[in-house]
Structures are given as C-alpha cells and as structure tokens.
Ligand binder design. Structure first.
Ligand SMILES: Cc1ncc(COP(=O)(O)O)c(C=O)c1O
Length: 325
C-alpha cells in the first residue's frame, strides 16, 4: 500500500543506559533514531522514506516543504531529495536575527551547504508562499510535490507504525514489552504512528509524548485527525487508539526553542554519563520530562524506553549556552 525509498539503515540500535538507569532507579533504554537516515539523522528520515515513496510514485521531481531556520525536518528533506535525485525548495520562517552568524550555524548552515533553494518569509506567509512556489513550478512543468511541515500526514505516520514492530522485535523482553516509552512531540506524527503501531504490536504498556511547544487544542486535534485518517484507511479503531494518547505539557518551560538552564544540565548530564548527544530544543526537553515524570510518580524498577529523535545540528548551534572555563 505504501511505496518506500530507502534512506535509513534499519533497525536503528537499541541500547541500555547503565549509569542513568542506576541514577534514576529504572532500567532505561534508548532507541537511536538519531542515527536514522542521512547523517546527522533523526525521526524525520523514517517518515521521509514513505513520503518520498509517494512523491516518486506520483512522478514528482521537486520537493517543497517548510519549517523554522533550525528545522531538522527541512534538513532531512533536503538531504533525502538530493539522495533521490530530486530538486528541493525550503520555505523557512524569517529568523528574528538574520545575521550572517545564524546562517552559518546548525541546520541553516546545512541548507546552504547542500545548496537547496531557500524562500525566507514571515511565519504567517509561509503556507501561502508554499502554494505560490508550487504553482510556479507546476506551471513550468517541474512536477512539484508539497510536504507538510514536520512530515505531518499519513505516509509519514506509517514510518512510525512500523517502528513499533521494530522495537518489539528488537527488545526481546521477557515481559514482551516496555513499561513506558517516552518521546519528544511536535506535530505529533511520530507519536500517532507509535500509538497505532503499539495497538498492532504492543511494544510498550504506556507511550508518553512530552510536548516541546504549547499543545493548543488545535494541536491535539491535528494529531487526532492524522491518526483518524490513517485508521480509516486501514480499518483500525481510531477512537480506541486515541484513548491511549498521553501528551504532557508540563515540561515546555519558557516556550519552543527557548534554551533554559535545566535543558543545558540535561544535555550535559546525558553526554557525560552515557556519551549520548541530546539537543536542547527537542530531545533534552523530552528526556528531562521523562526523568521528572518517573520521579514525581515514584516509578522504580520499570523498563523504560526513550526514543532519541535526533537534532544534533541544534546542539552544535547552541554552544554559546555553555559557559566553559
Ligand atoms: C529532533 C526532533 N524530535 C522530535 C520532533 C517531533 O516530531 P513530530 O513532529 O513527529 O512530533 C522533531 C520535529 O521536528 C525533531 O526535529
């Protein structure tokens, strides 16, 4: 039903975090989706395998997508397009600070390094500009294909339905599943995919998404719609699956992309204890949320899986937040 292109070397590793398990009194594992797809990878690569599969099936020759100046989704879309011989335009939010320094850092640096087309507009003009770019390319016979921000949608979601089966197969736990699975949630496509995959394959008792930005009612509604759309196509019980959605808003802090001291501490601790690199916008927020949740609920001796969704360029572009002597 879904056509796939190969971008990822699967399965991604599933590792045990020995020191952090001792520290936080649970058996903590990590699923390394930061290693999925073109380097430096991330969760979007799994989605893009199916999104590009669909695009190529439709004869697309030019991908268009959108995001922030530090969007992992945009960077991976650009890389996937190059690997598959497609052109690519990224419609990016105009940064508050559009100095040369910003453009030479992190994912923005990589967009330029990869030499894809960039359209910089204000956040409110983004959707309209995507549509205009689409029309312009279409009129010139360039066969454009629009990818929603964050890889939102049914094909992208499918990548994470499959991941639940991969986790189940890899873990080989005597109990047959993890007690908890934690992840960072933005558009919610990854979490929705895992929820459906979990209904089918039971890889975790409870899946908990940690919001990286305020989850408006609209945000939850979008997750629901995406999940419902997939379920309708596959004849699955959307309402039942949706009941398992747990999305915690408690760890958003000052807002999306705002790097606070507690996130710097989390990134540093995980790096120093386990040599694993989190980023301060997505994965550190989720990791910190997980640790606080386990403490607050006095959860001990459980099997806990953290999904590492990537974001290394964001870490490398945030180095000024560390005040090394
Ligand atoms: C590193 C990282 N983690 C998590 C997410 C959230 O994924 P989703 O949009 O599927 O909720 C993103 C989205 O951009 C991301 O870049």
């Amino acid at each position: 039903m879904y056509t796939r292109v190969t971008l990822c070397d699967l399965p991604t590793p599933l590792q045990y975090l020995e020191k952090l398990s001792d520290l936080y009194h649970n058996q903590i594992y990590i699923k390394r989706d930061d290693l999925a797809g073109p380097e430096p990878g991330g969760n979007k690569a799994r989605k893009l395998e199916f999104i590009l599969g669909e695009a190529k099936k439709q004869g697309a020759r030019h991908l268009i997508t959108c995001g922030s100046t530090f969007s992992n989704h945009c960077r991976l879309t650009a890389m996937a397009a190059l690997q598959q011989g497609l052109d690519c335009t990224l419609v990016l939010n105009k940064p508050e600070d559009d100095s040369r320094e910003i453009k030479n850092r992190g994912n923005y640096f990589l967009y330029n390094l990869l030499d894809v087309n960039l359209e910089i507009v204000s956040r409110s003009e983004r959707e309209a500009r995507m549509e205009e770019v689409y029309q312009e390319l279409n009129n010139r016979g360039k066969k454009p294909y629009l990818i929603q921000g964050g890889g939102y949608g049914r094909a992208g979601l499918h990548g994470y339905v499959e991941t639940a089966a991969e986790i189940k197969h890899q873990a080989r736990l005597p109990e047959g599943r993890f007690d908890y699975l934690f992840l960072a949630t933005g558009t919610g496509t990854t979490q929705a995919g895992l929820l459906i995959g979990n209904y089918l394959h039971r890889c975790a008792e409870t899946i908990i998404g940690i919001s990286v930005e305020p989850t408006s009612q609209q945000g939850e509604q979008e997750i629901k719609e995406c999940l419902k759309d997939y379920c309708q196509h596959h004849n699955l019980p959307a309402e039942l699956i949706y009941q398992d959605l747990i999305l915690l808003d408690d760890y958003i802090g000052a807002g999306y992309g705002i790097i606070e001291d507690n996130l710097i501490e989390t990134v540093s601790r995980v790096a120093r204890e386990e040599a694993i690199l989190l980023d301060p916008v997505y994965t550190a927020k989720a990791f910190r949320g997980m640790v606080n949740f386990l403490k607050k609920k006095q959860i001990r001796n459980k099997k806990v899986l953290f999904l590492h969704t990537g974001g290394l360029p964001i870490l490398l572009s945030s180095s000024e937040h560390w005040d090394f002597k």
